[in-house]
Design a binder for this molecule. Structure first.
Ligand code: FES
Ligand code: FES
Length: 157
């Protein structure tokens, strides 16, 4: 079947099987390997992407359901000129990553969170990130990064 949607700002049209998952299309066909697969139980959050402004698990999403959708992966967060998104910058400055495996999913979750919570508490950040697993257990700096990134996003608008 043919599905048309916008991916990282570019319209695209793909031919897929009805059972093709978004994460597989991204990684295997489109070579967008920033979106990771960290589990087979839809629990880790490493595969999060933004769909119509909401973070969603691309391992649990069929491409067939995306007709007309606007999808952003971690590759689409920076500006076309390569300037980091304020949340990426905050992770960089606050050491919000160790091995980096969970980072794409954390960033997408964090941007979604920041869009909904302009001035969050630390507890709200921790609550939101419950669906994202960091196997390096770098949660302290991740929370710090999300707080700083949220502040930066709302300063720059
Ligand atoms: Fe999607 Fe783990 S790979 S939640
Ligand atoms: Fe290694 Fe989170 S930084 S899994």
């Amino acid at each position: 079947m043919n599905v048309s949607f916008v991916l990282n700002g570019k319209p695209m049209s793909v031919d897929v099987e009805p059972s093709t998952r978004l994460v597989d299309l991204l990684r295997e066909t489109l070579d967008l390997t920033g979106t990771h697969i960290g589990c087979d139980t839809s629990q880790c959050g490493a595969c999060l992407v933004m769909v119509d402004g909401e973070s969603m698990k691309s391992c649990a999403l069929l491409v067939a359901s995306l007709e007309g959708a606007v999808v952003t992966t971690v590759e689409g967060l920076a500006s076309p000129e390569g300037e980091l998104h304020p949340m990426q910058q905050a992770f960089r400055e606050n050491h919000g990553l160790q091995c980096g495996f969970c980072t794409p999913g954390m960033l997408i979750a964090a941007v979604d969170f920041a869009n909904r919570h302009p001035s969050p508490t630390e507890a709200e950040v921790r609550g939101w990130l419950e669906g994202n697993i960091c196997r390096c257990t770098g949660y302290q700096n991740i929370v710090k990064s999300v707080l700083a990134g949220t502040a930066a996003m709302h300063q720059s608008v």
